[in-house]
Design a protein around this ligand. Structure first.
Ligand code: SF4
Length: 199
C-alpha cells in the first residue's frame, strides 16, 4: 500500500490481497510509447490471469474510434483487439457501412482479458466498476491522442467508461451524444451479443 502511494498511484479499491489503482498512463504524444507503457501495467488484478495487455490498434489520425468492452480469448492470445468472432462480425458491419477498418482506431475499455475457468475453457467475465476505473487512464490517453470526430461505444461497459456508471445502453442506443472526448458519440450493443454460441 505504502509503495503504491509513493509511486503516486491513486488507490481505487482493495479486496483481500488485490489492489485496484489508477493505471499509470504517461503524458506522451506517442501512441507507441503509450502502448509500450501499457504492456507493463499491473494497476489492477486482471493482468495476473491474462496472457498480455491488448492495447488499441489503428492510426493516430483516425477519425473514428470504436471502443469495446475487453479482449476475449482470441484477442488475449493474439495481443490484438477484435480479432475473434466478435471482431469478424465487426469487420462485416464496417464493410457494410463502407468503412475500411484500417481507417478506424479500435480499442477496449479494459485492456486485459477477464475470465473464469470452466473445464478447459476460459469463460468471459464482465469487467466491474473497479476494473473500468483502474483501466480508464489508458482509454482517456488514447482518446486524447487520437481526438476522434466520432466515438462509437460498443456495449454498456464502454458507455459507462465514457459517461459514468449510470449509463444504460438500452436507453441511449443510437442517440447522438457528446462530451469532452468527441463531438459525436453513439452507443450500440457489443457485436458479441449477436453471436450464437454453441454452449
Ligand atoms: S486491466 Fe487495465 S488497469 Fe488492469 S492491469 Fe490491465 S491494463 Fe492495467
Amino acid at each position: 500500500m505504502e509503495e503504491l502511494i509513493v509511486r503516486g498511484q491513486e488507490i481505487i479499491a482493495k479486496r483481500g490481497d488485490d489492489l485496484w489503482t489508477r493505471a499509470p498512463a504517461p503524458e506522451t504524444k506517442s501512441l507507441s510509447e503509450l502502448r509500450a507503457a501499457a504492456r507493463k501495467c499491473t494497476a489492477c488484478p486482471l493482468y495476473k490471469n491474462a496472457t498480455q495487455t491488448v492495447f488499441g490498434e489503428g492510426r493516430k489520425s483516425a477519425r473514428i474510434i470504436l471502443v469495446g468492452e475487453q479482449p476475449g480469448d482470441y484477442e488475449d492470445v493474439k495481443g490484438k483487439p477484435f480479432v475473434g468472432p466478435a471482431g469478424k462480425l465487426l469487420d462485416r458491419a464496417l464493410e457494410d457501412a463502407g468503412i475500411d477498418r484500417s481507417e478506424v482506431y479500435v480499442t477496449n475499455t479494459v485492456k486485459h482479458f477477464k475470465w473464469e475457468p470452466r473445464g478447459k475453457r476460459r469463460i468471459h467475465q464482465k469487467p466491474n466498476s473497479r476494473d473500468i476505473a483502474a483501466c480508464r487512464p489508458w482509454l482517456e490517453a488514447e482518446l486524447r491522442l487520437v481526438r476522434p470526430e466520432v466515438l462509437v461505444c460498443l456495449g454498456s461497459t464502454a458507455g459507462q467508461a465514457i459517461f459514468g456508471p449510470s449509463f444504460r445502453v438500452t436507453k441511449e442506443r443510437g442517440r447522438l451524444l457528446e462530451n469532452e472526448f468527441a463531438a459525436r458519440i453513439v452507443t450500440t450493443v457489443h457485436p458479441s451479443l449477436s453471436i450464437v454460441h454453441p454452449f
